[in-house]
Write a protein of this length. Sequence first.
Lengths: 277, 305
Amino acid sequence: MDGVFTIAHLTLLEARRRRILLASMGCSLAFILLFAVALFVVSRSIAADGLGRRLPLLGLTLAALYVANVLTIITSALLAVDTLSGEIASGVIQTLASKPLRRAEIIAGKWIAFEIVIALYIGLTAGGVMVASWAVGGIIVPNLMQGLLLMLLGATVMLSVSIAVGTRLTTITTGIVAFGVYGIAFLGGWIEQIGTAMPSEPARLAARNIGTIASLLSPTDVLWRLAVFRMLPPAMRSLPTPFSSNYPPSAAMVAWAGGYVVVMLAVAFRQFSRRPL
Amino acid sequence: MQDCVIDARQVTKRFGTKVAVSDLSLSIGPGETFGFLGPNGAGKTTAIKILLGLIAPDGGGATVLGAPVGNRQARARVGFLPEHFRFHDCLTGRELLRFHGRLHGVRGPRLEARIDELLARVDLMDASDELLRTYSKGMLQRIGLAQALVNDPVLVFLDEPTSGLDPLGRLLVRDVIKELRAGGATVFLNSHLLGEVEATCDRVVFVKEGRSVREISLRNSPVDLEVELRLSDSSPAIIDGLARFGTGASHADGFVRLRVGSEESLPLIVKSLVDQGVGVYGLQSRRRSLEQLFLDIMGDDQRPG
């Protein structure tokens, strides 16, 4: 395990020195600031009390969380997209892989380091949105930790896909594939959302099936939808908002996503162990 | 101690249709400084990568330090400087050595002492806390050499270690190799600089198109001697008779020339000629440079790499 922690330490130090941490945290702060200002302005313009006041503020909060989730997914893919393919192309990996390490330890070390970066990013970005929402609008999102953990799991899926693909393909190709996989999830989610609002039952069923297949192929968006479902107060779950759904994703998708991550890492270990360096 | 530090048997590697290493067999003993020579694309780097477990061979097999290639316990005792050394350039020289030491399982005061020792040895103590991205090519090569030695290895692979170095840097590498040999380490050296190989290696193997084509000892006996004789009789029968002492016997410009493997052949040649009644008016022998040998062995079909 020593090797895993040394690689994780090296990866974190690299993220800090390359100002990856600084840039992501800086963008997060700017994002939270903008959200807080918007929420403040909207909050002051609403005269109503109760649900009439909470609904638009919660809607804004969820919109901000949606953007935070997309930013997290993008950051996860970008963090990992170059980590193996770039080091293989430059030859850096040769000095690491010739050390008395299993190649799986190199991948595990990088994965752990990026998980820490992503968790920090979610904590700051989504956590910042929550804090701003509470401080400015008095909104407290239910099941906050569950929501954040589901977002982290979605980002972990993306990170693991990026690492697995990066063991075989070049940096740019890895990026294209990783975002393509996210695109499947994204489109599938929207097909399901829009389809369920259709008047015809066969159309609704078809849309749900397409959405489920897309979610199985790429369980990133479904985890977001599950997170947002959990973070909506029960009374608001059936209201027509872009974030509510009559058909909430199955909680089994969490287990599926966990298995998906394990399979992606296993694929990465196997591919990387066999790859000529 | 193992009889063989590296024992490779009929190792073969193909990339698509291109044969990178073909039927390569090597046996390198402890404490030996071994030179691996060949033109660009001859398969030298691929062979090193196979021995380090970075590439799996398609055929044959090898042991390194008595264990199958890729064995982690064996790799802990191996140092490696890749050709075109690259590392995370956001680290300082000292951090680089610290990370590599830790990856070898070395830690604490022992590692810090080793780092100081190596930084002084490669003359980078002044720049040890500067980022690698500010290093010159020669400095990067020297810090790469230091990382190859951070675990105090018993076997060191150096792939073009003097690439990018000025004459002083080359001298430093040469001295480090001599120190490694004096300390009992085995050195596997890939280099295009034949003078450097000649000055440091005990034995060389020439590789052509992935195949070992010639092996020469540089320590126990001189490399091929070129012998030039002035004889009273240079008839074809006499020249044919000389063929048993060496190769390439020929007659031109009044001289008979041939190549022999060692100086021990010289009195035997003279005795044989005198016994046949041939007058020997002159005999000169000179060692052929590795460069001449290289060109002869590789042939005329090679193009600059």
